[in-house]
Ligand binder design. Structure first.
Ligand SMILES: C[S@@+](CC[C@H](N)C(=O)[O-])C[C@H]1O[C@@H](n2cnc3c(N)ncnc32)[C@H](O)[C@@H]1O
Ligand code: SF4
Length: 399
């Protein structure tokens, strides 16, 4: 174990190690959806699964070689294989990837391993094979069960495929998340709720409910679709959805995330929202590592071809920056204020160091005074107003 630097409570060096997760990005999709700004590329030809897994493991080796001495991380508690469309990978490739990660890093006994899957890209037997490969949580990109909405979103699947994929998912996995979008072109409040009611028929442990956003650089940003719900309707949809899901026993523990129980919460995402560290491997993957009072953020090359060519070398890194001080407090707040229960002062101190709470106190007090935050036992919690105007609340902490 390397010696610890003198600043005992600096990020990553406090007595308790920094939680650590691994994110794996798979950058290919059957085709690109017009609203999507994730690093996903239209797959032409055959996915180079073996070469990509080799590149991912070489990338991880290089990340660990570059990790500075004194980095104080806990065992990995979650692996998230996201995309893009990771379910395009054969199960054997996923099994080799997972074995490779576990051979390089200590992992917790209850390691959460999530795979994102798209309806319409998986054969009937595939979910069983993913489960056998070690995946223990499936996140399914349903978006809607309505054929018209799916068509307008440019999805490769229809409502019938969404239903059968959800059925397969819950048949093979104890832990399932369904991604559903709302405020879709031409969508009524009733249609939004109908999508959720259909999702509830499968009793998934977790639901993610995202409002469609027009992301810069996407086809939808350039050519906005007709009949997009206005702000008031979108807001009504959010409120009615939360009420419907609460009635069905799902708690909105984060601004877009609902869980049927505490155990069903997404551990990987909770690590982001509680400002833990993560290693990001794969084309365009982001990483965050804390050390000595600051955070190093990295991003890998976005182009799959360029990444494959450079994966085991220092050249795989496209962005490398160090964040500290007020900027880091802003990043913490962007994440932690998304949580319905807010955060404890002890978390802020552990993640950012002993001075962080002192520095944030004036802005926190002002947010309490303005009705955006409640002071609760040992921490702060967004009020209903703070949750509704989350961007305004978060903005108060940005330098
Ligand atoms: C990066 S996607 C990956 C999952 C998978 N490829 C899929 O699309 O089904 C993760 C989720 O982000 C959500 N998402 C992507 N773009 C969005 C946008 N512009 N607005 C709202 N949600 C979006 C979708 O619900 C999607 O399932
Ligand atoms: S399938 Fe998912 S990742 Fe791929 S383009 Fe569509 S939204 Fe983006």
């Amino acid at each position: 174990m390397p010696a610890r630097p003198a600043t005992p409570a600096a990020p990553g060096n406090a007595a308790a190690p920094m939680p650590l997760a691994v994110y794996v990005h798979v950058p290919w999709c059957v085709r690109k959806c017009p609203y999507c700004d994730f690093n996903s590329h239209h797959l032409r030809g055959v996915l180079p699964a073996d070469a990509y897994v080799d590149a991912l493991l070489a990338d991880l080796d290089q990340d660990l070689t570059e990790q500075p001495p004194g980095t104080n991380s806990a065992a990995v508690s979650s692996i998230f294989i996201g995309g893009g469309t990771p379910s395009l990978l054969p199960a054997a490739a996923i099994e080799r990837l997972l074995a490779g990660v576990a051979a390089r890093l200590p992992v917790t006994p209850d390691l959460e391993i999530t795979l994102e899957a798209n309806p319409g890209t998986v054969e009937r037997h595939a979910f069983a094979a993913f489960r056998a490969a070690g995946v223990n949580r499936l996140s399914l990109g349903i978006q809607s069960f309505d054929d018209t909405r799916l068509h307008l979103l440019g999805r490769v699947h229809d409502g019938a495929q969404a239903l059968s994929a959800a059925e397969e998912a819950v048949a093979h996995f104890d832990r399932v998340n369904l991604d559903i979008m709302f405020a879709l072109p031409g969508q009524s409040l009733d249609a939004c709720l109908r999508d959720l009611q259909r999702a509830l028929q499968f009793a998934p442990g977790h639901l993610s409910h995202y409002e469609l956003t027009l992301e810069p650089g996407t086809v939808f940003a350039r050519y906005p679709p007709d009949a997009l719900p206005d702000h008031d309707l979108a807001s009504d949809m959010r409120d009615a959805s939360e009420a419907l899901l609460a009635n069905a026993g799902y708690h909105a523990y984060e601004t877009s995330a609902y869980a049927a129980s505490t155990a069903a919460r997404a551990r990987h995402n909770l690590n982001y929202w509680t400002f833990g560290d993560y290693i990001g491997i794969g084309a365009g993957a982001h990483g965050k590592r804390s050390r000595g009072g600051c955070v190093r953020r990295t991003a890998k090359l976005r182009s799959p071809q360029a990444y494959l060519g450079a994966a085991g070398t220092p050249g795989r890194i496209a962005m490398d920056t160090v964040v500290s001080g007020g900027e880091l407090t802003g990043e913490f707040m962007l994440n932690a204020l998304r949580l319905t229960d807010g955060f404890q002062e002890s978390l802020l101190t552990h993640r950012l160091g002993p001075d962080a709470a002192q520095q944030a106190r004036p802005a926190l007090a002002e947010a309490v005074r303005d009705g955006f935050l409640d002071r609760v036992q040992g921490g702060w919690r967004p009020t209903a107003l703070g949750r509704r105007f989350l961007n305004d609340l978060q903005g108060r902490f940005l330098p």
